[in-house]
Design a protein around this ligand. Sequence first.
Ligand SMILES: [Zn+2]
Length: 128
Amino acid sequence: MTECGYDAAKVKTLTREQFFQREKDLGKQRTAMLTCMTCSDTARRWGRWGDDPRLALQREIEWERGHNYWARARDDRGQRLKDELFAIASLIEAHREEFDAFIATTEQRRDWLEKKAALDQKRPARRE
Ligand SMILES: [Zn+2]
């Protein structure tokens, strides 16, 4: 499905990567003439999992639930994400130690990198 809701098999489509490449090649104005506004906006607004999973997840949540958090959740888009989140929580509970160890490792690595960066800053700049 396209971002604006068309069956992707029935319309001409491009991937996120192709879209950003098109913007680079043709410029924003020409790209705007060639590309659906809803799809362009969505591609620009949301991050990818690899860049920041929080943004990718937020996008999925708003698509399935609707983006007015105070209103009743819409129910015309199924409940797949909700089911998946409950499944993830159950899997985490079943593997609690492994999960906690993974988080601890990630925190330690981030800590180490921050200390290393701070040390590198203190070191006097080398003359080339
Ligand atoms: Zn579109």
